[in-house]
Ligand binder design. Structure first.
Ligand code: BGC
Length: 365
């Protein structure tokens, strides 16, 4: 443990010192959801805790396989678990991982408070931590690996404006979870684009607790009713929330007439974009994000400094967190094929049934 402590300290102090990393004490045993150890690879062991399976399909369908691939390519031992939306469970998984000897722990927090507590405990045990995708406010992560989330919101705002055009329009915002710092950034980014356009009026705005898709449908229905059905555009923070809004619009004969934004380029999101019920989504390559995490984690294991793109201010903790922020891409009907070409989704998953023809029309095969 002592050696590990010096590792985290070195990283904390930003010293580029070479430390012999802890060898695997698992003997390369397959740890739960995929531990691996390849000769010639980096030493140390990386634990990743994903948040849930409900707020977005991305965590299990895109992030997990991309992370496994990145760690395997780097030849580093890893353990990926999912907290199933339960912060206590995330804390327990973190404890177990620390007990199992992970050298670096990456989390996608469920809320900043529980995330910060996990990171504090890890650091007291000499385990370095990384914020994956969501910044833990008041946390102590050595690095933050994500996309530029304000830009994600800006792309959503611009995407909605492009779909609405110059007419007067009533807009409803369906924001992400209030406990997710990203959700704040997405909303800020979207507002920064749309608020300056005087032809648009916000007629409803609400955050969806835990990004819960079912609750999103209830919330959207209420906002829709409160606006007397006079809703011309929906700024939905991700594809799951978009799907919930589209369901309600469908019930009112408005699906396809009212543009809805999204995020994650999920299979359902891309199908909705092709069908015209969703005006856009935002693609954030899981491969890129997972590779960036693997690089940062391996740098920590080796006592090196990772290459960063800048810092992110943690206003609660009053510190600038060294960050690797990647560039998101706006996806409309015209470039759904980009996601497939990039390996973000498979044509065979998107182009099923009624979508076969829509894919063919969009030049996707
Ligand atoms: C992620 C999104 C995701 C949402 C719900 C956010 O923090 O950045 O990609 O859709 O959480 O899981």
């Amino acid at each position: 443990m002592k050696r590990k402590h010096s590792l985290a300290l070195a990283a904390l102090m930003g010293l580029a010192m070479t430390v012999t990393a802890c060898g695997s004490d698992d003997g390369g045993e397959s740890a739960g959801d995929g531990g691996t150890s390849q000769s010639g690879g980096a030493e140390g062991k990386i634990g990743v805790i994903l948040p849930d399976t409900e707020s977005s399909v991305r965590w299990e369908s895109a992030d997990r396989p991309a992370l496994a691939e990145a760690f395997e390519a780097a030849g580093v031992e890893y353990d990926i678990q999912n907290a199933e939306g339960d912060a206590e469970r995330m804390t327990q998984i973190a404890d177990t991982m620390i007990g199992d000897g992970v050298t670096v722990l990456a989390i996608v927090n469920l809320d900043s408070e529980s995330g910060a507590a996990i990171q504090e405990k890890a650091s007291s045990q000499g385990v370095a931590t990384i914020d994956y995708d969501r910044l833990t406010l008041g946390g102590s992560a050595e690095y933050y690996v994500s996309f530029d989330n304000t830009v994600v919101g800006e792309l959503q705002g611009q995407g909605l404006a492009d779909c609405l055009g110059e007419k007067d329009a009533n807009i409803v915002y369906l924001n992400g979870s209030p406990t997710d710092n990203n959700a704040t950034l997405f909303a800020e980014g979207a507002h920064s684009v749309l608020d300056g356009m005087s032809n648009y009026k916000v007629v409803g705005e609400q955050a969806v607790p835990d990004w819960d898709n079912e609750e999103a449908a209830t919330i959207f229905q209420q906002l829709y009713t409160a606006a007397n059905g006079k809703v011309d555009g929906v700024l939905a923070a991700n594809d799951g929330l978009a799907g919930a809004a589209i369901g309600i619009l469908e019930g009112n004969g408005q699906a396809g007439k009212v543009p809805v934004t999204g995020q994650d380029a999920t299979v359902e999101g891309l199908q909705n974009v092709l069908a015209g019920t969703q005006c856009m989504t935002v693609y954030k390559s899981a491969t890129q994000e997972a590779e960036a995490l693997a690089e940062a984690a391996i740098a920590l294991v080796n006592g090196d400094e990772a290459e960063t793109t800048g810092t992110t201010t943690d206003s609660e903790g009053g510190r600038d967190v060294p960050s690797i922020l990647l560039e998101p891409q706006s996806i409309t009907k015209d470039n759904v094929g980009d996601v497939i070409e990039d390996g973000g989704q498979k044509a065979e998953d998107v182009c099923t049934g009624e979508f076969e023809k829509l894919c063919a029309d969009a030049g996707i095969s």
